[in-house]
Ligand binder design. Structure first.
Ligand code: SF4
Length: 511
């Protein structure tokens, strides 16, 4: 993309078009599988898989002669009339609704003026000048927004607990420690629209009575970190962070804390401990962070995607948000669609959309005419769903009922060539690596589970070891200290329940 941008700038200059056409680096458009993408505004045309060699043709044909280059266009065109379809009506976008991802791929994330031109910081101005903290909390409660980090806890309720706590010292935290294999939703939001998170954190701080915040982000996201730093500085320069924001007397500042890539630091108490300078290890709950969080003070922790919805709820109202999605899961959900899928990428759909619509209509199904086998949702804490479960509407509770979970939004499609025992082994290997070692069920139990899985994969498994695997899985679920360990057996249990025959085949075949 970097080379493309330079090539476009140079070609546009050599054609004398630099006053008419500007080239911007934006956030993700979602179509990762056919990147790099070049989006032309206001024409609303997207070029896919663009190479430096294509730049001359696009500039000459599109900008100079006004004729889009059909062979590179994502937009479908009508064969008879030659009319170019609106990009929003293409298969990839037509079922999507962008709330958390709005502005991603549209504005320059390094220019606060572009965010402001799209109603940016309007919601913050509104809450500071027209609403009491309780009214803000009520609005979020009424919207039905639930935490997008995986737990699905009602956001407004969490804010209410923190608001109810007495005392002048409280904190807001953004959990940007996205660590699920295959997940890149939060990274894309921060790279494409960092101000949406900063603005939401200021709103949350006002709502609970906090004046300081932390964004805990993994250092492996260098572009997101740079854009966040830039965005924080821009907001400070315009007086949107700091003292006396909008002349209302409200003070709020925040800083970035870099995580070193430990999966367990996505768990909120481990994250708090890491911010405090300790080794990132979970603490027993209660007390919950809303009562006693960072530095022992009331703290709310929300993930990036949760925050990215907040300003939109304040601007459009709780009723608008509640009208999208299902009764128990309102709004939309962002998914990182990967694995054996034609359109790898980032998608945002209303809750209630079926898995089938996401995988086949948006994702284009499995490539190379391979047969779909399962979809893994929820990462190392989730499970696998099969063909007969694809008509399930997406929602927090619906996926849990099926033995999986929505998690933070990783969605990995598996086809007929994938061995489900190997998939379970992969996730267990990940967990063994990431276990912090504080409690024995997770530290020792997951290691033993991995040994059994490796034995089964190597043809050394027995029916007794399969039984031991299941017993261990249930014991770890019941006894591990934190969510990481409690949910670690899920991929194994879910693959045993859906694909027991594959486990048995490994045991029998190799005998
Ligand atoms: Fe650490 Fe695992 Fe215990 Fe959580 S369950 S505290 S990650 S050892």
């Amino acid at each position: 993309s970097g080379d493309l941008i330079e090539a476009f700038k140079s070609e546009i200059k050599s054609m004398g078009l630099e006053k008419e056409v500007s080239v911007l680096r934006t956030g993700c458009l979602g179509l990762c599988g056919v990147g790099p993408n070049v989006s032309i505004y206001p024409d609303n045309i997207i070029y896919k898989s663009v190479k430096v060699e294509d730049v001359k043709e696009i500039v000459m044909e599109h900008f100079y002669k006004g004729r889009p280059v059909q062979r590179l266009m994502l937009n479908e065109s009508d064969q008879e009339t030659n009319e170019i379809h609106d990009i929003n009506k293409t298969k990839f976008y037509s079922k999507q609704k962008r709330i958390a991802l709005h502005n991603c791929g549209v504005i320059d994330p390094e220019n606060i003026q572009e965010y402001i031109a799209k109603d940016g910081y309007f919601a913050l101005g509104k809450v500071l000048t027209e609403m009491t903290p309780q009214q803000v909390v009520d609005e979020i409660k009424e919207s039905g927004l639930r935490g997008r980090g995986g737990g699905g806890f009602p956001t407004g309720l969490k804010w209410q607990f923190a608001l109810n706590e007495p005392g002048p010292e409280k904190y807001v935290i953004c959990n940007a420690d996205e660590g699920d294999p295959g997940a890149f939703m939060d990274r894309s939001i921060l790279e494409g629209n960092p101000h949406s998170v900063i603005e939401a954190m200021a709103i949350a701080a006002y709502a609970i009575g906090a004046h300081y915040g932390y964004i805990y982000i993994r250092a492996e996201y260098p572009i997101a970190v740079e854009r966040l730093k830039h965005a924080i500085n821009e907001a400070k320069e315009l007086g949107l962070l700091g003292e006396n924001i909008f002349g209302t007397g409200f003070n709020f500042d925040l800083e970035i804390r870099l995580g070193a890539g430990a999966f367990v630091c996505g768990e909120e108490t481990a994250l708090i401990q890491s911010i405090e300078g300790e080794r990132g290890m979970p603490r027993p709950k209660p007390p919950f962070p809303a009562h006693s969080g960072v530095w022992g003070k009331p703290t709310i922790i929300n993930n990036v995607e949760t925050y990215a919805n907040v300003a939109q709820i304040i601007i459009n109202g709780a009723k608008w948000f509640k009208s999208i999605g299902t009764e128990s899961s309102s709004g939309t959900k962002v998914f990182a669609l990967g694995g054996k899928i034609t359109n790898t990428g980032l998608v945002e759909v209303p809750m209630g959309t079926t898995l089938r619509e996401v995988i086949y209509e948006i994702g284009g199904g499995c490539p190379n005419r391979k047969q779909f086998k399962a979809v893994q949702t929820g990462g190392p804490s989730g499970g696998c769903l099969t063909e007969k479960q694809l008509d399930t509407p997406i929602g927090f509770d619906e996926l849990i009922k099926l033995g999986s979970m929505m998690g933070s939004g990783g969605m990995i499609v598996l086809d007929e060539d994938n061995c489900m025992v190997d998939v379970a082994r992969f996730y267990m290997d990940f967990i063994v690596d990431e276990s912090c070692g504080k409690c024995s069920p997770c530290r020792i139990g997951t290691k033993r589970m991995l040994e059994i899985l490796e034995d089964i994969c190597d043809g050394k498994g027995t029916m007794e070891s399969l039984e031991e695997l299941e017993t261990l899985a249930h014991t770890i679920k019941d006894t591990a200290l934190c969510g990481l360990g409690q949910s670690a057996p899920n991929p194994v249990l879910s693959t045993i329940s859906q694909f027991r025959d594959e486990y048995i085949a490994h045991i029998v075949d190799k005998k």
